[in-house]
Design a protein around this ligand. Structure first.
Ligand code: NAD
Length: 347
């Protein structure tokens, strides 16, 4: 099948493309490289540099390529930044989806749409685990922008027969098993790459809060390996294509269980055989103590079960991508010569 992957040069999009090409699909990545990287693209993936908000360009790409499905990964995703620059988020994350739906509506052949949503649509959960139809009270413009985009999907499905599925993920993590692609955000706000960076001589890690009502006092989150996410997208697209025209579906992609910040740190220490320099800081405003997904729909309807999301595999693939063992080995050699640690974060 032919897939147009908007935001394909980003972390999750690039892993999706590797998975889709391995399954025999043809991919075209459309990306403005605002946060993505050309070098993360699979060598067999075609690339068009373009902006989702340039609807004329997008229309032409759809006309020329005639995809069977469009995968939308193109969004800004920094919660903190969204609080101070909400316009940037509503423009890219909401108007981008609106324009895309209009372009699909005008297309001769209507592709289905697979949309990256987020658990941020829920805000503070009333109950756990979080299932698809639980109350949504997003607490920041990022979460609101994802929910607004989901409303658009719903209304365009009803009015114009555009089929879509919103996949809400919790915490994407890990890297491709080959070690060729992985997480590369700037700034990096996600826990796992920051734990790894601190063990490789980067800034010491800040752990926000150790007084939560959890067994070890730190936050608990649902971590799903990015390759599992990629597979989940393919399965969701196939499922969507088998449905009657004009449906809007939503599924949670997660593991259904939580891992604490300290458990992540301990796993990195175990695998790197180094201690992670970290300090406990005050809780961040609005950080829920525990978040994890109810994956019943994913398992029973999509018949999908993550297979790469053990904490051990998440950390080992992420460390492989970041070159942690090579870095530590080099650090040891340097220490051997000079008697003191000479680490740089640039490896
Ligand atoms: N990373 C996570 O843990 C996580 C969790 C939940 C949801 N999500 C969602 O998944 C999606 C992908 O996240 P990611 O971590 O891969 O982010 P990313 O920043 O690595 O990737 C986003 C990609 O979209 C591109 N892009 C952004 N705006 C664009 C535009 N206007 N036109 C063309 N390209 C544009 C960027 O250049 C980048 O390549 C986002 O929608 C995000 O909200 C991510």
């Amino acid at each position: 099948m032919k897939f147009l992957v908007i935001g394909g040069a980003g972390y999750i999009g690039s892993h999706f493309i590797y998975e889709a090409i391995a399954e025999g699909h043809t991919c075209l990545a459309f990306d403005n490289l605002s946060t993505g990287h050309r070098e993360l693209l699979h060598p067999q993936c075609a690339f068009v540099k373009g902006d989702l908000l340039d609807f004329v360009h997008l229309e032409q790409v759809l006309r020329d390529f005639e995809p069977d499905a469009i995968f939308h990964f193109a969004a800004f995703a920094l919660v903190g930044e969204s609080m101070t620059a909400p316009g940037k988020y509503f423009s890219n994350n909401v108007l981008g989806v609106h324009g895309l739906l209009e372009v699909i509506h005008k297309a001769r052949k209507k592709p289905v749409l697979v949309f990256s949503s987020s658990c941020a649509v829920f805000g503070q959960p009333d109950k756990l685990p979080l299932s698809e139809n639980d109350t949504k009270k997003p607490m920041n413009p990022y979460g609101k922008s994802k929910l607004m985009a989901e409303f658009l999907l719903e209304d365009y499905a009803f009015a114009h027969g555009i089929s879509s599925v919103a996949l809400r993920y919790f915490n994407a993590c890990g890297a491709h098993s080959s070690g060729t692609i992985g997480e590369k955000h700037d700034p990096e706000t996600h826990l796992i790459p920051n734990v790894i960076s601190s063990v490789m001589g980067g800034a010491p890690l800040k752990v926000f809060g150790n007084d939560f009502d959890t067994p070890d006092g730190t936050c608990i989150r649902d971590y799903i390996h990015v390759s599992d996410l990629a597979k989940g997208h393919l399965i969701a697209a196939q499922y969507l294509m088998a449905q009657p025209e004009g449906v809007k579906l939503q599924f949670h992609l997660g593991t259904g269980k939580g891992v604490s910040n300290l458990e992540v740190i301990r796993e990195v220490e175990k695998q790197s055989k180094q201690s992670v320099p970290f300090s406990f800081e005050k809780r961040r405003l609005g950080d829920p103590a525990v978040l994890y997904s109810d994956c019943t729909q994913m398992k029973e309807v999509l018949k999908f079960q993550p297979s790469s999301s053990s904490l051990e595999n998440i950390i080992s693939t992420a460390m492989h991508w970041h070159g942690t063992s090579k870095f530590i080995e080099l650090g040891k050699k340097k220490r051997g010569k000079t008697g003191k640690q000479e680490t740089t974060a640039s490896l």
